[in-house]
Design a protein around this ligand. Structure first.
Ligand code: ZN
Length: 264
């Protein structure tokens, strides 16, 4: 990949340069190791927890934990691009934002505002499946890498050559605030639907979810989750094309006893 040839002499041996391939066959530029990205994710989650309160509604938190747990339990059944975290920390944040995120290092955050749009366990599973796919398909590592390409010699580059406190906010911004590309979004939609089906959630509800999200966006600024996502018609088309395959996966999961029972 030409970018890595330019980068290598500039950043030297301190940075691991690798061209990888995503689970759906897209080539990826990766300048960071799994363990470096995981550490960034863990640090960023700590920072985010200091800035946003967790919900005090224990029933709501338990509901989100139930859906997220059902998803994370089946993650090892799929092939992923990064090493799979051994455990996942799930926090429900008290915020009107219609948003959720996952970070490398096994971190999942859901905002209470999302629960007004993802109104059923299957729809919440669609969002969580989508978000953890961003991490597991190596998108976080790619995002850190591509940001580095545009910021050679800056604090961002130093953030992954040696994590230091003064760059922590930059790392968090890179992992948490930078939008994913449309290619990432499409990949997370499809693999996320595979994942929810494997966990025993109805994959057709991912289509309902994105329609809800689009309706919510009507006329005003779209929810942050939608900001860089493919056009709604493209997304619904692509998900519908994959639905027969995932409906079969869903039926198999149900037959095998995976019937998550999560209620608010
Ligand atoms: Zn996304």
């Amino acid at each position: 990949m030409s970018k890595s040839r330019i980068l290598l002499p500039l950043l030297g041996a301190a940075v691991l340069v690798a061209c990888a391939t995503s689970p759906l066959g897209r080539s990826q530029l990766k300048l960071v190791s799994d363990s470096e990205v995981s550490q960034m994710g863990i640090n960023s989650f700590t920072e985010l927890k200091q800035k946003t309160p967790a919900t005090k509604d224990t029933k709501e938190a338990a509901y989100v934990q139930c859906v997220a747990g059902a998803i994370t339990r089946v993650i090892p059944q799929m092939k992923w691009d990064v090493s799979i975290p051994t455990s996942w920390e799930v926090v429900t944040f008290e915020s009107k934002d219609v948003n959720a995120f996952a970070l490398p290092g096994g971190k999942i955050g859901v905002y209470t505002g999302l629960l007004d749009v993802a109104t059923t366990p299957d729809q919440l599973a669609a969002v969580i499946g989508h978000e953890v796919t961003h991490v597991l398909a190596g998108h976080s590592a790619e995002r850190v890498s591509s940001d580095a390409v545009g910021s050679l010699g800056t604090a961002v580059a130093s953030a992954f050559t040696g994590i230091d406190a003064s760059t922590l906010s930059v790392a968090t911004k890179t992992l948490f605030l930078l939008p994913y590309s449309r290619a990432h979004e499409s990949e997370a939609d499809l693999l996320g639907m595979d994942l929810m089906a494997k966990a025993g959630f109805d994959p057709s509800q991912s289509i309902v979810l994105w329609q809800n999200m689009s309706a919510k966006a009507g006329g005003q600024a779209p929810p942050q989750l939608m900001s860089t996502h493919p056009s709604n018609s493209t997304r619904i088309h692509d998900l519908s094309a994959r639905l027969p395959q995932d409906a079969a996966v869903y039926q198999q999961a149900r037959a095998a006893g995976l019937r998550p029972s999560c209620s608010r």
